[in-house]
Design a protein. Sequence first.
Length: 587
Amino acid sequence: MRTGASAALALAVLVAGLWCAVVGRTSLEAWRVPVDTGADAWYTLATLKAAHDGHLTPLGPVEVPELGAPHGARWNDFLRQHKLQYALAGGLARTFGLFPAANLLVLLAAVLAALSFQAVSRHFGARPEWAFAGACAFALSPFFFHRSLAHLTLSFYWPIPLAILVVAWAFEGPGMRPGSRRFLAAVAIAVVVGLHNIYFAALLAQFLGLSFLVQGLVRRAPRAALSSLALLVVLLATVLADNANLLVQAAREGTPAGALLRPYGNLERYALKPIELLLPLGEAGIVPWRAAGKVYLGSALYRGELGSAYLGLGGVVALLGLAIATARAGLGRPRRPVPGAALALAWVFAYAVVGGLNGLLGLTGFVWLRATNRTSIWILAVVLVWGATEISRAAWTRRRTASVLAAALLGALTLADQLPPRTPPEAIRGRGAVLASDAVFTRSLEAALPAGAMLFQLPVVDFPEGLRIRGASDYEHLRPYLHSKQLRFSYGSDKGRPREAWQRRVEALEPEPMADALERMGFAGLLVIRKAYEDGARELRERLAATGRLETIESPDGDFVFIRLRPAPSPMAPDVVVPPAPGSESS
């Protein structure tokens, strides 16, 4: 027990140290800067900010009063996962600050993935050194660094090894006996998986459904089949409970017009492409075929989430070994059973590749699981667990020194292949400068405006998943919100509802009547992203200045400009000021 705890501690320290070194978080100053400030990272940070302010309840409706002014933002029309985890992370943000907490969450994701893999591979019989090496490769995978903070719910893939354990139990000859300790552990794992990313839960649900059929129809084992079915019900119930806010909102008001903007073509664009499992597409990679990745990167017609699917050197070696073992099982005399890992991968490929079963499902209109390339992390977990277990059975690994040296060498080569280049200090300082500019700008606004003042943000951008406008990414309207303590912003309520349609009608007005309308609604100013305008919003400022609206505040980096308005003492509702056109739907 003490040896196992020591190995887990050493693994956690090594993974944490490597992550800190790679992303350059080796000083307190660097820790105050999030590891990513790209488009989707703003969304993740805003979600953490909402949790920090106590607005993200695990099972209830999600309302963010600081966004979506004047009504307040409703976040109940789009799938938002990890609400329980975010609610807990809100306490972390209140303790350490928003940006250090965001970094801690990414680091925690890596450490949990390492410990989960180590425990599961040891359960399957892997020797400690091979479980350790595999855990490092799994935790610090290309998938992890590609997702990082921007796709934080995908970075928390630590339940996948546990899900693989449940799948193995479910397909075993006797299966799981209802009420047994193994079954109760599987129930707990199903709940954990259900509270994590829907892509991970979807694959576990498929495997549980398959095990129900195999145990019930092929092996004639009704109790084992019943266990699989019960686990499937627990998993689905957890997913539904976690998204109760979305289901209740849809039942009350129907599905919003903008909620299903996922065309069928995205199922092909973001599907799993097996070639991407083998090719390093970023700056990392020491494999001899690295140049092929560059050719693919420049030539691929359907460019989805490029770079995240690569398995790394260790994953590729394990996948090749599994392919050889499968071929030997099928062609050898006497024939041996095909490895269960190979059967699992066969299903994943059949489901996730371009034109696969998910594509068929999409023809029915169900297109939410559009990015099946994300199943690559399941594939990596399967092949690494299989590889660590299988190599531990080799006779030569009984010579401990040789086995430890071999595991250390392959582990080191794998990390050298898949770890990205170290984030340079100037990149961290650049992100820090953006945050510092936003903080100074927001403090200036709060000093100039009363508490609760409303700001109308231009240009109007849909939320979530809006379009990039010139140099401005879709979530940049959230940047001032991250630093605000007492302001309210027009951006940030879920799109598609008539309640939010007034913003487009206001934006369509000429500057002078637009300002008049916003003042009657009680808005204290315009907050404009200058790089979204070809002229940097110069014409807008000049035309409003000609009407006496002269006072402006610019952010130090020039990205934002505030134009003061004169809010009416008795604000009117948006649909009263700018009513919908005759015949259109109103709120």
